[in-house]
Design a protein around this ligand. Structure first.
Ligand code: NDP
Length: 420
């Protein structure tokens, strides 16, 4: 029996929270804490209207403030904390977990809110030069907590969403059951859903737009190769969706997989985008709306991308409008018993089915369900070891089983079409 503290109550959190409440045989008690308590209370009421036995309480917390967080964690005394706030809060929440002596789980690696902060910038610029990729997010900040978590006997499970998260579990599963050596991995993230808006993002707009407007990069023979944003384009025919244009992006699991599976010669990540999305994004970028640098407007300081976020539809509100399917998975090439082999492991998820079940679209669902599964495996001790780990570093089998059980069934195709 476990007691979990969930931090954040946005699109992803609302799915994770409802799923946690469906596993009340493990999660006896849950606290939902976020900036806006009314959102937490609304989800609590939704859960109480079901027959969940999980006892839910709510609280307000500023997760940027380590002292406030530590006090809350010590007071509620959970077994673990699920961070589904923003990547900006990863380090403060990890610090508070260490101070209070509880396990930590999240869905996205650390990035700073203020990318102009000179102290952070100096470290970032050195990393760009040393490693060769310029994304604002990377694992170094959280990997630096390895010894602290190890010494405290606590587990930090990083990035248990779909991508990263499930995609890295697919890699571990392919390696365990299908390959002696993996040569290439292509991670394909296809969203065939249509929400009817000219432009909206499926998860937090600020994080999403930062990610997709950045240069793309992939790993080849242990080295990063960086390319201009959206400059590598392919088409692929996805089951359940059809043919889609996809573009090579930098993505965080490439970094962890590259470190943990050095045998893999090439790791790439592709995401599908429609022309309208790309046109809007380019235009917003050209006029400076994606900038994170504060500007003065009529005597008030505003951050352009935060102002844009306030204008765009809340991703949590897209559920009723979004129709179509997602298809996310990994294509592998490699060898088994000396024979060349290829394999595709993927999940197809239907936006409307997700909405019927938990009132959310499939992007929040495909992230929130794995967030619950990672939390569950740490909570019940299946995935618990002292230190800081990504999802490829544990036995994939219980996670794969849980995906089938909790709403994200996967398929294995033995002879897929490869991406050239
Ligand atoms: P939302 O913007 O919908 O929700 C974020 C939540 O965090 C909000 O409830 C917000 O509170 C809360 N929050 C933000 N700052 C603070 C703070 N300082 N203190 C307390 N609470 C805070 O984001 P999403 O649900 O779309 O995304 C959540 C996480 O999931 C992000 O880290 C994102 O990167 C990650 N993600 C991971 C994916 C994966 O596959 N691995 C895919 C998609 C997302 P309030 O509502 O009051 O503003």
């Amino acid at each position: 029996m476990s007691r979990v503290l969930v931090i954040g109550c946005g699109g992803v959190a609302q799915v994770a929270i409802q799923k946690i409440a469906m596993v009340s045989e493990v999660f006896e008690e849950m606290m939902i804490a976020s900036r806006t308590i009314s959102k937490c209370d609304a989800v609590k009421a939704k859960i109480e209207a079901t027959n969940s036995k999980t006892k839910v309480t709510t609280a307000t917390v500023d997760a940027d403030n380590v002292e406030e967080l530590t006090a809350l964690i010590k007071d509620y005394a959970p077994d673990l904390v699920l961070n589904v706030a923003l990547p900006y809060q990863d380090l403060t929440i990890m610090d508070a977990c260490l101070a209070a002596g509880v396990h930590y789980v999240d869905t996205a690696n650390y990035e700073p809110e203020d990318t102009e902060d000179p102290e952070w910038r100096a470290i970032y610029e050195k990393r760009c030069k040393d490693l060769g990729f310029s994304a604002y997010f990377d694992y170094s900040w959280q990997w630096a907590y390895q010894k602290k978590f190890e010494d405290a006997g606590l587990t930090a499970l990083l990035g248990t969403g779909f991508d990263p998260g499930v995609t890295s579990v697919f890699v571990a599963y392919a390696k365990k059951h299908y390959f002696d050596t993996i040569d290439t991995i292509d991670i394909l993230d296809c969203n065939g859903g249509d929400h009817g808006y000219a432009f909206a993002t499926n998860f937090n707009p600020e994080i999403n737009l930062r990610e997709v407007s950045a240069p793309g990069s992939y790993m080849e023979n242990g080295k990063w190769i960086e390319i201009p944003a959206m400059s590598i384009h392919r088409t692929y025919n996805f089951e359940g969706v059809g043919e889609k244009d996809m573009y090579l992006l930098h993505h965080e699991e490439i970094e962890a997989l590259g470190r943990n599976l050095p045998e893999v010669k090439r790791i790439r990540f592709f995401m599908t985008f429609g022309q309208s999305y790309l046109d809007h994004m380019r235009c917003l970028e050209d006029v400076g709306m994606l900038s994170t640098e504060p500007i003065n407007f009529n005597g008030q300081e505003i951050v352009p991308i935060q102002f844009l976020t306030a204008l765009l539809p809340d991703p949590a509100s897209l559920g009723p409008r979004t129709k179509g399917k997602t298809n996310i998975g990994c294509i592998f090439t490699g060898k088994k018993d000396g024979v060349e082999k290829k394999l595709y492991i993927y999940n197809v998820c239907d936006h409307q089915e997700c909405y019927k079940e938990v009132g959310s679209q499939a992007i929040s669902y495909t992230t929130g369900v794995p967030a619950m599964i990672g939390t569950l495996l740490v909570a019940n001790g299946t995935w618990r070891k002292p230190g800081v780990f990504t999802t490829d570093e544990f036995d994939p089998d219980p996670y794969m089983e849980a995906l089938n059980k909790y709403g994200l069934p996967w398929k294995v195709e033995e002879n897929p079409v490869l991406v050239d």
